[in-house]
Design a protein around this ligand. Structure first.
Ligand code: ASP
Length: 395
């Protein structure tokens, strides 16, 4: 029963991802207007994504090495079962961002390819000017319909989320946790620390109210936790950012799908901690150069991680291989990864929300009037580029 209801709910969420991203991003690019604005917003977004991810690996790795919960691990398990496929080479990963067939990209849910197509389409429509008006109008109307569909599906959340969680815990016994409690607690604690301390500090630095932010990100966080998939959560985040946090669609439609695909702070924390712990188990000494290499590799690996359950473990193989830590170590943490995956996915999605709010705010277009207590702190003079909150154009 839980299996069927949870499965249907997840399928409906996933169903919405591709049409929603395609249509809302075309509308978003159109609303953003010129290439210059897009370039500035894009640079800020990607810059923040990278900075928060690199910081996340650093925190995860430091905690993994310092707390060193790896000590009493038992080395067991069949590694061949654990890592079913290899990481593709980096060059191919880059080439694969560019689609050669839109239908295939959509059928396979290749998010970056869809983003590239939508950006090109949106810009081309802007360049075509008046003649593209009717096409853009169709996209806007479609956007309305798709958003309504998303809201209908979200209305099923109480039943859907309950079924998903029940299904997960019915198949993932908690007894697996006990031998690995140290690693589990360390990683869960670090994820929580990032969520409750690091993000609020970033938000505060930009003059935003962290408590309000966290309260209003509740729905995306809950969905991310229950589905363990940033991709399946895209519809919910895209709905929450404009309606609950005042991020205009022009920013949300770009930052959310891109963030869900490349910005994974929670995954980066896991990869840092796991590398530190596994290195300890196998007695591999990591020097300062390795430390820097792990930060770089985990940042890249988290970018390359697919936004689906357990994908972070696959890209972890790349990090371990490159720094000479035995890849077999993944077998140790595989058994308890599901619950940690749920937690890190919630952090991943929250990180996208932080970036979207900060970028919108720095552009002076974070709406402050969406609810009684806005996330824009009143009468604050600090923060980057805090111009007129209500204005539609950038400073
Ligand atoms: N499940 C994560 C996500 O969808 C990826 C991971 O395995 O770390 O964001």
């Amino acid at each position: 029963m839980f299996y069927v209801v949870g499965g249907i709910f997840l399928a409906l969420l996933r169903l919405m991802v591709v049409p929603l991203v395609l249509v809302s991003l075309v509308c978003g690019v159109n609303a953003m207007g010129d290439l210059k604005t897009f370039g500035r917003v894009g640079a800020k977004t990607v810059g923040l994504f990278l900075a928060t991810t690199a910081a996340a690996v650093t925190v995860g790795l430091s905690m993994g090495l310092v707390v060193s919960p790896g000590a009493g691990f038992e080395l067991e398990g069949d590694f061949a079962e654990v890592v079913p496929r290899e990481m593709p080479p980096l060059a191919d990963t880059f080439i694969n961002i560019f689609p050669e067939n839109l239908v295939q990209a959509m059928a396979e849910g290749q998010m970056l390819q869809i983003i590239v197509f939508a950006l090109l389409f949106g810009f081309a429509a802007n360049l075509a000017g008046e003649r593209a008006n009717s096409v853009i109008r169709i996209f806007r109307d479609l956007n309305e319909v798709i958003l309504k569909m998303v809201m209908l599906i979200i209305a099923l959340a109480p039943i859907g989320l309950f079924a998903l969680l029940a299904r997960t815990f019915a198949t993932q016994g908690l007894e697996l946790l006990i031998p690995l409690a140290g690693y589990f607690l360390l990683l869960a604690g670090t994820l929580l620390l990032y969520l409750l301390v690091a993000y609020p500090l970033v938000l505060r630095a930009f003059g935003l109210n962290a408590l309000q932010f966290l309260a209003r990100m509740r729905a995306p966080m809950t969905f991310a936790f229950s589905t363990a998939s940033s991709a399946a959560t895209i519809p919910v985040t895209l709905n929450a950012l404009p309606s609950r946090l005042g991020v205009p669609n022009s920013i949300a439609s770009f930052t959310v799908p891109l963030g869900a695909t490349i910005n994974m702070d929670g995954t980066a924390i896991m990869q840092g901690s796991a590398t530190g712990c596994i290195a300890n188990v196998y007695g591999v000494d990591l020097g300062f150069a390795d430390f820097l290499l792990i930060i770089l590799l985990s940042t890249l690996a988290s970018i390359g991680t697919a936004a689906v359950p357990s994908a972070g473990l696959i890209t972890l193989t790349m990090v371990l291989t490159q720094v000479g830590v035995p890849v077999e170590g993944i077998a140790l943490i595989f058994g308890i990864d599901r619950l940690l995956d749920m937690m890190r996915t919630a952090v991943n999605v929250t990180g996208d929300g932080v970036t979207a709010c900060v970028v919108a705010h720095s552009e002076g277009i974070l709406e402050s009037g969406t609810a009684d207590s806005p996330i824009v702190s009143a009468a604050r003079g600090s923060g980057a580029g805090m111009a007129q909150p209500e204005s539609e154009s950038g400073p």
